[in-house]
Design a protein. Structure first.
Length: 735
């Protein structure tokens, strides 16, 4: 059972990944099997007094730790560092032990400890986790080995050099120990005088620099400066050779003779003679080039979109924050792009085609942002951003948005067909330092949706007032569910008046929201939001329950005489399968006669309605509930449809009565209202008029034969006791 192949690589390297064996069902058995393979790989190169079976038992907890880390949420790659440190702690310090460990983890960790228990999970997520655990093991192994070496070898090297200076007799014994450490060390060791001339190097350091002794030995350390050296490196070096500090540790790059870069963790210590006078400098170097390249690759993967290769949200935030922190009159311009109708592509052609479309869009966007200070990123889904910076960005960001829309205008050939791609762009432009990155992106997002609502394939500039309205709408949307639970809604009632005598016929229930921040809000502020979120169904049921309960209360106060209560139904409520059952249940629980309830439905909600949609209304009408067609005349429906609709009342929209506020009335409006009233009465429908505000209007509408009316001329919406007072006192004015 060899520890390595002929080429020096571990026999458990992933150069040929094993096929999936039949695995035990029990997770602990699979962990034990993984520990067995691990011990076979590294035991031959481990300096330990344990037997192989004892050594394997020691590896089982480490294998379990790796298996748990593979599944952990959130994932913690530092677990690998602890495992690497444990290997060094049990004397697995040979490089072949590390190579064997990394090979076994890469080839077998996901196979034996993966999520499905069958050993065939090849998911990218678990492979990526396994790779990061390998990196952690290597880092922990190297760190522990370095710390052990620094503790042991630096002390030996220091004593060896001191012994050679102090006494010739002690030199021979200490020289042997020094040479053993010096030549056999796993890290590079170099000795130089205080002028920086390299006196001695070990083979490890020579290999690190490419194996050419003349490139290292005899050189002066001052020749090894690098453009990436941090300013304090050479300052600390000067302090050390002057005796002002004993040691320092830095990360430092070097150029090899072939021009490649060697990255190291460098520790430099000052060696003094017996009198304490500085005499030599000792350098210990650990090669971190591969680790650095791995970190750079991981950093790239963490900051770039895997599909398009563009910077992702994380990296774009960093660049945006940098742009916003600029000074000296610096400005920025941001384009926030969302593709119009992208969901249709995914739904019709599949997500694979959608991904290819996004890649093509990303390429076109990159070709648009080629100027200085311009960058493009993908935030996720079909959302992209483009950033430009400089002293004058208003024109630059406008030109950038126009280039983007122009680039998207050329059809994209996909799945044998040409697709026309459109996009909506929200633009935010302004001086650096005025807003945070989150505020800028929020404003751009809001503006983008404003461009999309305006028809798409266009761009809009951010507007603070529009942003404020959108933020308010968002806040109201989020607050709606809790507001209903906290009882923040209440109902006002507007009287419905018989036009021939001015008596109160009933009232329309109008819901209000007593918002703790914005005060009392009318339905126009929150009903559309409730429609979009689906909260309109529980809110509508609450309004129905409260209004019916109030109507029943009025009935008891009138000694059995019922006032009509009108309740509005939204389009969403019309489509809700529980509409009829809920309405019947509310009427039965309250004891209100169905004939005292009128449900108002807007004309636009019934345009093109089929029999399935009309069936619930017909069932309600059959039990005696009146159905009113609200806002009649605004939906442009076919008048012949009135024969199909189970309505008993037409509510004439206020737009037809505005021309009657003063004398003489608009003759066209008069003729229209006269025709509608005649049509309604011929179909045995009552006519209710909304928005009556003057006595002139009331007189005209009464003369035209309208049955009932409501409006500020009679009474504003108010509390339920006010309706009761009006009905008792006949306080409503008559024309």
């Amino acid at each position: 059972m060899g520890s390595s192949t002929a080429s020096g690589r571990s026999a458990y390297s992933v150069s040929s990944r094993p096929s999936a064996p039949a695995l035990p069902a029990d997770p602990e058995d699979r962990i034990g099997r993984f520990a067995t393979i691990w011990s076979r790989a590294i035991f031959p190169v481990t300096a330990t007094s344990l037997t192989r079976v004892e050594f394997e038992r020691h590896l089982v907890p480490l294998a379990r730790t790796l298996a748990e880390a593979l599944h952990a949420r959130p994932f913690d790659a530092t677990v690998g560092q602890r495992v690497g440190a444990e290997l060094v702690a049990v004397h697995c310090t040979d490089p072949e032990a590390l190579a064997g460990t990394l090979g076994v983890v890469e080839a077998y960790l996901v196979l034996y400890c993966g999520p499905d228990g069958r050993g065939v999970d090849e998911s990218e997520e678990y492979r990526a986790r396994c790779a990061r655990l390998q990196h952690g093991i290597a880092a922990g192994f190297a760190r522990s080995l370095r710390e052990r070496t620094l503790k042991e070898q630096e002390a030996i090297a220091r004593s060896a050099l001191t012994a050679r200076i102090d006494a010739q007799q002690a030199l021979h014994a200490s020289e042997a120990r020094f040479r053993a450490v010096f030549e056999g060390a796993a890290i590079g060791i170099g000795i130089a005088d205080l002028e920086g001339n390299v006196l001695e190097i070990n083979d490890t350091l020579l290999r690190m620099f490419g194996g050419l002794e003349g490139h290292v030995r005899g050189r002066n350390v001052n020749e090894w400066s690098h453009p990436d050296d941090t300013p304090h490196v050479w300052r600390m070096y000067g302090e050390l050779v002057r005796g002002e500090r004993e040691h320092y540790r830095v990360e430092k790059p070097y150029y090899r003779h072939d021009g490649t870069v060697l990255w190291t963790n460098l520790t430099v210590s000052l060696l003094r003679d017996a009198d304490g006078t500085p005499q030599y400098q000792l350098a210990l170097m650990e090669d971190t080039t591969e680790r650095r390249l791995l970190n750079l690759r991981l950093r790239y993967e963490a900051t770039h979109d895997a599909l398009t290769g563009l910077p992702n949200r994380t990296l774009f935030f960093e660049r945006l924050e940098k742009a916003l922190s600029g000074a000296g009159g610096s400005r920025f311009g941001l384009c926030y792009l969302d593709l119009d109708g992208f969901k249709t592509v995914n739904d019709s052609l599949g997500h694979s085609a959608g991904d290819r479309l996004l890649v093509e869009v990303a390429d076109r966007l990159q070709s648009c942002a080629t100027g200085p200070g311009e960058v493009v990123a993908r935030l996720g889904g079909d959302e992209f951003v483009a950033l430009t910076t400089g002293p004058e960005t208003e024109q630059k960001v406008t030109d950038l948005a126009m280039r983007v829309l122009s680039a998207l205008a050329t059809p994209i050939r996909l799945e044998g067909r040409e697709l026309t791609v459109r996009g909506s762009i929200g633009i935010v432009e302004g001086p650096a330092g005025s807003r945070t990155a989150a505020e800028v992106l929020r404003s751009a997002d809001i503006t983008m949706y404003r461009a999309k609502a305006a028809g798409g394939n266009r761009f809009e500039f951010a507007d603070e007032e529009a942003d404020a309205r959108a933020i308010t709408r968002h806040g109201l949307t989020n607050a709606l569910p809790a507001a209903l639970e906290r009882g923040e809604f209440f109902i006002e009632y507007q009287p419905l008046v018989h036009m021939h005598d001015g008596s109160v016929h009933g009232a329309e229930a109008l819901v209000r929201w007593s918002h703790p921040q914005y005060g009392v809000l009318g339905p126009d502020r929150f009903i559309p939001l409730a429609e979009r979120t689906g909260l309109i169904v529980p809110l509508g049921r609450w309004v129905l329950e409260e209004a019916v309960r109030q109507a029943r209360s009025w009935q008891r106060e009138h000694g059995g005489s019922a006032l009509r209560i009108n309740v509005n139904l939204s389009p969403t409520q019309l489509h809700h399968p529980g509409l009829v059952a809920d309405t019947v249940a509310v009427l039965e629980s309250s004891g209100l006669d169905p004939g005292a309830l009128c449900l108002e439905v807007t004309e636009s909600a019934l345009i093109g309605a089929d029999d399935e949609l009309l069936e619930p209304l017909r069932r309600l009408a059959a039990i005696g509930v009146d159905i009113a067609l609200d806002d009649f005349g605004t939906g442009y429906s076919n008048l012949a449809n009135l024969r199909r609709l189970p309505v008993s009342v037409l509510k004439l929209d206020r737009s037809f009565t505005q021309g009657m506020q003063q004398e003489p009335a608009n003759p066209v409006d008069v003729k229209i209202v006269e025709g509608i009233v005649a049509l309604a009465h011929s179909l045995e429908l009552a006519v209710t008029v909304e928005g009556v505000e003057t006595g002139v209007q009331a007189a005209q509408l009464r003369a035209l034969g309208c049955d009932t009316a409501q409006g500020w001329y009679y009474a504003r919406p108010g509390s339920p006791d006010r309706i009761h007072t009006l009905s008792l006192c006949d306080a409503v004015p008559t024309p």
